[in-house]
Design a protein around this ligand. Structure first.
Ligand code: ZN
Length: 286
């Protein structure tokens, strides 16, 4: 469904009125040029969500970049700007700075002698940019002991780790280097909380090892099981018997991640459930 990359000129020829409107809208919303964003002409059946997933972005990223709400309907023939990851993150950061919903989920922190934006960010599993933009500061701003700054809740920072929920399938999405991995929303939000704790306590991110390492359909589980039986794949349960089919399991990317889940997972309802598989952790409730 993804449009081939075309130049502005080709797009103008093909869909001049719609694209022109999109260009004007984009220029009005983003005074600074966004040369790497790709103009995508919405195809029948596409949604903001499907366009975001096809480009490994969250729905929120694409929505904010286009000045839309996450549940905005897009119409076939309309042009949506698909940002790069960097452009999307910048748009989220600037949107977050003025957003009351983000501010409401932060906590106040009284700056102690010797603390910096960087040390506060690290202590809270955040980036300097997230803390700076939350407070409307530049990343190199100096903090003064006794000053109060806001520390955003990790899930509200609009970073790559923010949860995107697909309202039609009811699944939430975890960020991973391979792309967005679907999971049951309750399992996803507790995993995300555990992940933030891991970042702040151990400096280690927790994420699924691949796109099929979270929720799987029956058919996806069946194909992994077939691979296992043929000796080409990792151990996998027969279809119909895997917690992945409920979106309640994650196959972790690295053994160090499992060490951390063993230490802190209990507080978040996550645990290893298959002794022979270090990578497999399941949401057992919480
Ligand atoms: Zn598994």
């Amino acid at each position: 469904m993804r449009e081939p990359h075309r130049t502005w000129g080709e797009n103008l020829v093909r869909a001049a009125p719609i694209v022109l409107l999109g260009v004007i809208t984009a220029l009005a919303a983003w005074p600074q040029p966004a040369p790497a964003a790709v103009a995508h002409v919405v195809q029948p059946g596409e949604t903001l969500w499907s366009i975001a997933v096809a480009n490994n972005l969250t729905t929120r990223t694409v929505a904010v970049f286009n000045g839309l709400s996450e549940d905005a309907m897009v119409i076939a023939g309309e042009t949506v700007q698909v940002p790069t990851v960097e452009e999307g993150a910048a748009a989220l950061a600037s949107a977050g700075a003025g957003s009351s919903s983000v501010a409401a989920s932060g906590v106040d922190h009284l700056v102690q002698p010797g603390e910096s934006l960087s040390s506060i960010a690290v202590a809270n599993g955040l980036t300097v940019q997230q803390v700076a933009s939350f407070n409307g500061l530049s990343e190199d701003a100096l903090l003064i002991a006794g000053e109060t700054i806001g520390v955003p809740a990790a899930s509200a920072t609009g970073s790559g780790t923010a949860l995107a929920v697909d309202t039609s399938s009811g699944l939430a999405y975890l960020w991973s280097p391979a792309g967005s991995v679907p999971l049951d929303p309750a399992a996803a939000s507790s995993f995300e909380a555990m992940r933030q704790a891991s970042l702040s306590q151990f400096g280690v991110d927790l994420y699924p090892g691949g796109l099929l390492s979270g929720y799987r359909t029956y058919e996806q589980q069946a194909s992994l099981y077939d691979l296992f039986l043929s000796g080409q794949g990792a151990p996998a349960n027969p279809p119909g018997t895997s917690s992945h089919e409920y979106g309640a399991a994650v196959d972790l990317a690295e053994p160090v991640m499992r060490d951390i889940v063993d230490q802190i997972g209990g507080s978040y309802g996550w645990a290893g459930t298959i002794p022979s598989e270090w990578w497999h952790v399941a949401y057992v409730g919480g």
